[in-house]
Ligand binder design. Structure first.
Ligand SMILES: NC(=O)c1ccc[n+]([C@@H]2O[C@H](COP(=O)([O-])OP(=O)(O)OC[C@H]3O[C@@H](n4cnc5c(N)ncnc54)[C@H](OP(=O)(O)O)[C@@H]3O)[C@@H](O)[C@H]2O)c1
Length: 280
């Protein structure tokens, strides 16, 4: 990995927030070979809890930025706290010795202008939106850089996010709001589909455990089939759907005017609107 030469003990990665997503990212970087001594972690849970949770041996952990003392200028500062705690981090921002540090934020809805007001418009900032399958290296991240971020910055951010899955670039912060609503929240829609299919199976007469096993394994298996197949989702769907058969009967309901397509569109628009409300 090319980024190992840029992130070292003397140019560390500063990870602010080592919860679900920050922790998943860190695990991905360490698994890819980044040395723990090249990482400094800030999280109010403190050293022993974070070291235990993330099975760390050598990474330095501090409860907040003011405890960090003097550190070399980080090559990357990763903001992985909940959006509502970004203001707390900004208050302590003077403790971060920024030189040519890349600022990489995964905080939903926290726009470039907030970072630029705090750290300066000349700072390269990348906003990235991963999702929870990152915890098993199967995430999908979309990212975008501000005006000061060059190709090298985008490449470095891409390499870091690629340690937990696939990465693509988007061209506007508005697109990133849509990404947040689609793939950021998307795993919850899939899990709800499992719940809905299992509940429908129970309504149709199956025992709850049997219905849940069938729903879960069907969606897990179908997801893996989609991943390993060269065919588009629509073609895979058509191949299960015989004319006049059972699947077609079900799809007539799901594909009706007020069916799943309409519901999903409404759901994603609601999520996008809510994301905007939270960020304003
Ligand atoms: N989870 C997702 O599906 C997902 C997907 C895409 C993007 N994101 C983004 O990722 C970010 C983190 O989400 P998450 O789900 O990982 O949340 P999380 O599990 O709550 O992790 C955030 C961590 O930051 C810590 N923290 C709070 N205030 C801090 C501070 N001032 N300085 C340093 N650390 C601080 C929290 O500690 P305490 O628990 O003690 O408060 C927690 O350990 C969010 O901005 C979210 O928008 C999440």
């Amino acid at each position: 990995m090319a980024f190992f030469s840029k992130i070292t003990r003397s140019q560390p990665l500063l990870l602010i927030g080592a919860g679900n997503m920050g922790g998943a990212l860190l695990q991905g970087w360490l698994a890819a070979g980044l040395g723990e001594d090249a990482v400094i972690i800030i999280d109010p849970k403190g050293a022993s809890a974070i070291q235990r949770n993330l099975r760390l041996k050598a990474a330095k952990v501090f409860e907040d930025l003011s405890q960090m003392g003097e550190i070399p200028a980080p090559s990357v500062v990763v903001f992985a706290v909940k959006p509502q705690f970004i203001a707390d981090v900004f208050k302590q921002g003077d403790h971060i010795p920024l030189a040519n540090s890349l600022l990489l934020s995964i905080a939903a809805g926290t726009r470039f202008d907030l970072f630029e007001k705090r750290f300066g418009e000349d700072k390269a900032i990348i906003r990235a939106m991963p999702n929870t399958p990152a915890a098993i290296g199967k995430g999908i991240t979309a990212l975008i850089g501000n005006a000061a971020a060059g190709e090298a910055d985008l490449n470095l951010a891409e390499e870091l996010m690629a340690c937990v899955g696939k990465v693509l670039r988007v061209s506007s912060e508005d697109d990133l709001d849509t990404v947040t609503a689609l793939s950021g929240s998307g795993p919850a829609y899939f899990f709800y589909m499992v719940e809905a299919m299992a509940a429908a199976g129970v309504d149709a007469g199956l025992a709850p455990k049997v219905a849940m096993t069938l729903a879960r394994e069907t969606l897990v298996g179908a997801a893996q089939l989609l991943e390993t197949s060269d065919l588009e989702a629509a073609e895979l769907r058509r191949r299960v759907t015989s004319p006049g058969g059972t699947t077609e009967a079900a799809l007539k309901v799901l594909m009706s005017e007020d069916g799943l397509m309409t519901l999903m569109s409404q759901a994603i628009l609601k999520a996008k609107t809510r994301g905007r409300e939270l960020s304003s």
